[in-house]
Design a binder for this molecule. Sequence first.
Ligand code: BGC
Length: 435
Amino acid sequence: MKHKHYFWMLALLLLVFTAACSGGGDDQASGGNDDGGSDGEGSATGKVELFSWWTAGGEAEGLEAIIEQFKEEHPDIEVENAAVAGGAGSNAKAVLANRMQGGEPPSTFQVHGGDELLAGWVAADKMEPINDLYEENNWQDVFPQDLIDMVSKDGNQYAVPVNIHRGNVMFYNTSVFEENGLKAPTSWEEFLEVAETLQSKDITPLALGDKNVWPSTMIFESILLANLGAEDYDKLWNGEIGFDDERVVQSAETFKEVLAYVNEDHSARAWQDASQLVADGKAAINIMGDWANGYYQSKELKAEEDYGWAVTPGSEGTFMVITDTFGLPKGVENPDQVKEFLATLGSKEAQDTFNPIKGSIPARTDADSSKYGPYSTDTIKDFSEAALAPSLAHGSAAPEQVVTKVNQAVNVFVSQQEVDAFIQSLQDATSSLSE
Ligand code: BGC
């Protein structure tokens, strides 16, 4: 706590010093330093600073396409792409938290629908409702209610969803599968058999890049979803079912078995490096959200020909939902321009430009299906029929503190592989959920 005092003293000294240097403070008090906010010219610049973590193949191109479209519609508004690299926001979220706490919010930022938005920024009173945009653009009628619920609290809407990603999916190298006479496994038992066959032929069965842990958490949550079904999986994150449940223990056992088939250098790789192993035929399977579909497309790979896909074993009929959304932080300088940008993000044109490149499906239900490839066409259909389950690894199922602790537990498990200790640490990580 002492640090705090030093911090404020320093801040005060700095303020006095700056005021003295500028001859008594001629501009209006801006309430803090302004790096990365306005560039000193106030709201007249009309700049929209767009904060995300879309920097990998597929996601970066999708983002550029959406910015281009906005610029065409609004040549007078500048857009700054302030993306911070690191899959699933592993770095961006920390940068964002600092800025939000320091009163320097970006104009708008990528945030997952569900707890990450609602139990995080909305509960902390950092977001403006955007009900007016929902009304003006008729969004209540074009977004599925499940998605609207993921961005709403107490009757207010706080963000616009740009896409829907699926978390419970695996991609595989079609040539490797064909050459070895394999079919996509539909249960974890089958998965282990397929993995054993591949291993015996010196092919890495499962590509993993868990430098930032969450890709391992995704494998585990997919196993949980298969063993519990969507409804009971949900109850885990609501605190209604404990992590000592037999099905969770069994999932941990399976997770351990699966980990025997991953590439040795997994902890040095990012998700896209793991996806690349499958693209190169050096590994057979990649369990990853369907931004991997965008990644493969960006590497000129063809769906069906070069890579195939299937839901993760045992999760047929369920859909692990991940939705990227954008809202209006409190205290931005030019909310009107930001709202123009949000209106574009929610538009049919922008969603049909962005999502085919990103690998995701549109959040809107009235999208132009001719724009989507075979993978997304399948996924659009599945989304409308499946039981939805929010992803923990991507912040929708539980508050950020829980996600962080679960990731820590998974990280330890991946290296030590002790089931009892894992269950105990999962119970500790989630104890706040039943309070
Ligand atoms: C986001 C995706 C992104 C992926 C990899 C997920 O958390 O929802 O949009 O492509 O992380 O960075």
